[in-house]
Design a protein. Structure first.
Length: 554
């Protein structure tokens, strides 16, 4: 069945005195971004652009509080991945995020995949800290002694005399994009959510919000598969929705996306980009359990000054309807500043210098035919460390999704490294045959180009060169694989020979499309990718681009 996007005339009935309006305010994929991040915006009507200070926990707190102060029935929701991505998580293990969001107080949050990055123990630690409901319907945690009973499938929130059912759902790919325990069972998303919606509607609740961490495309499919759902508030894919063309940003569609559910009812789908840069705001008017009108009001949250300086934000952006300038909540900013004192000293320490920009693009193409200029350097660091430890590694492998940011020319600080490699993955060493290695890389390419899974699987390497066709036959894309020794000598990989591979433990366990490695014995070195990369670039001093090793053609 194709998607049915409703037009405004189909979805909107003339608003009248129906008596119940719900304001849904939401964020997703905040990833421990408690301080502002840089965002380049164009001034409307000319070619001038400015790097503004966007987002921050204090800005989110102020934005949410402003909407609450207007009165009405306000739900504040977090669609997962609260943690993981900055030194606030590396240093504080979730304490800083919990303290901040306990003050802002979401009505509910769904478990994101990155909440599982430190296994059950890491999630349990976070759950013990937060004071708001964390929900997910398609997780069976009954067999996990650390998590059993702590994550409920739904929560019922009372607003203005009406009950709203909020149902959580996480990506079915959880095991391949994070590190849940073997006892964490992921159930089919649509079937499980539908069963919970049926229970809620049978009990008389006729306003249902699905809080999803499945990604925008999956949310669109879910909207059409469900009966009884009104709104899907999503995350995971870091999708920008809404009209931001006046400030030079392209989005993935309208805010909200409007679809028709399996029962013929209107379903609204929203998401709020990532890293606190956008505060989503959807106003929905109901007649009983039916949506009769809606208004989408997402805003880019901008600080009063340009990023990293004292210059004020220009008037041309202040006047723009899609940008909201906020000084931020001072109490929350105080919390962030307190936690940030230790981080600030650590972050600013110089580690090395990059003479030129090192952009990061997951899959080769366009202006970066070689793809990421960072991931191969991460591979170099892994190979260097493995051999320094005496492991005798021949090849290093890095999944693109584990490398998170560009590195601009200039000083590379400790903080930059930890934002680059935020997941604290340890290095793993294992033996593979030439055939197994080829099948492993082919499997990752198949996951991206044939199965439509995350492009985070794209394989970058050191000690190896390979040529592949983007549009080739599944399982036969790679046309050559050549081993490259330290002195530059090249040898064709032999199918039956055994080679020692160093990768991160997440990939070694089969994560991010590398299921062919799952179950193979490996040695965990105990050294994290971030500390290894930091050590590697410190001894280099100057970080130059690596030679091209991945050759992807159509």
């Amino acid at each position: 069945m194709g998607r049915v996007f409703l037009t405004s005339s189909m979805a909107l009935i003339c608003a009248g005195a129906y008596g119940y309006t719900l304001d849904i305010v939401h964020v997703n994929d905040t990833h421990s971004n408690l301080e502002p991040v840089g965002l380049r915006l164009d001034c409307p009507g000319d070619s001038t652009s400015f790097n503004i200070a966007s987002g921050s926990a204090a800005a989110i707190a102020q934005g949410v509080e402003s909407i609450r102060e207007e009165g009405g029935n306000v739900l504040f929701l977090h669609a997962g991945d609260l943690v993981q991505g900055t030194l606030f998580y590396t240093v504080y293990d979730g304490r800083a995020d919990a303290a901040v969001y306990n003050d802002i107080m979401p009505d509910a949050m769904v478990t994101g995949n990155h909440e599982f990055d430190r296994g059950s123990q890491g999630l349990r630690f976070l759950l013990d800290l937060v004071e708001f409901p964390v929900i997910c319907a398609n997780l069976d945690l009954s067999g996990d002694s650390l998590l059993a009973g702590l994550v409920q499938p739904f929560v019922i929130i009372e607003k203005g005399g009406e009950s709203i059912g909020i149902v959580g759902v996480v990506t079915e790919e959880l095991a391949s994009v994070s590190s849940p325990s073997a006892e964490t069972v992921v159930l089919p998303a649509a079937e499980t959510v539908q069963s919970v919606i049926d229970r809620l509607t049978e009990s008389g609740i006729d306003k249902i919000v699905v809080l999803s961490h499945m990604g925008y495309e999956n949310d669109l499919e879910l909207a059409m598969a469900l009966s009884g759902a009104d709104v899907i508030v999503g995350g995971h894919s870091h999708t920008l929705l809404g009209d931001f063309t006046s400030v030079g940003l392209e989005s993935s569609g309208g805010y909200p996306a409007v679809l028709q559910g399996a029962d013929g009812g209107t379903v609204l789908v929203v998401q709020a980009w990532s890293y606190t840069r956008v505060l989503g705001h959807l106003q929905v008017e109901f007649d009983g359990g039916e949506i009769v009108s809606y208004a989408g009001m997402p805003r880019i949250l901008a600080g009063e000054h340009l990023f990293g300086g004292e210059d004020p934000i220009p008037e041309c952006l202040i006047a723009e309807h899609s940008v909201e300038v906020t000084p931020g909540d001072q109490f929350v900013q105080g919390l962030v500043d307190t936690y940030g004192e230790v981080i600030a000293e650590y972050e600013q320490e110089a580690a090395a210098t990059a003479p030129e920009d090192l952009p990061n693009q997951r899959v080769p193409g366009g202006t970066l035919p070689q793809g990421s200029m960072i991931a191969p350097l991460v591979c170099d660091a892994m190979l260097w460390k493995a051999n320094q430890l005496g492991s005798g590694a021949d090849i290093a492998l890095q999944n693109a999704g584990g490398v998170r940011i560009d590195i601009p020319a200039g000083e590379i600080t400790v903080g930059t490294v930890y934002r680059l490699l935020p997941f604290a993955n340890t290095l793993a060493v294992l033996d593979v045959t030439g055939t197994e290695l080829r099948q492993t890389l082919e499997g990752a390419l198949t996951a991206i180009f044939d199965q439509g899974l995350s492009d985070g699987a794209f394989p970058y390497v050191a000690g190896l060169e390979y040529h592949a066709h983007r549009n080739g036959v599944s399982g036969q894309r790679i046309t050559s694989m050549v081993l490259v020794t330290e002195d530059g000598t090249k040898y064709e990989l032999h199918p039956d020979s055994t080679y020692r591979l160093v990768t991160n433990a997440f990939v070694a366990r089969g994560g991010d499309g590398y299921g062919l490695l799952a179950g193979k014995p490996f040695t965990d070195t105990g050294f994290t990718d971030s500390e290894v990369f930091l050590e590697y670039i410190r001894q280099l001093g100057t970080v130059n681009p690596a030679p091209e090793r991945v050759f992807l053609s159509d």
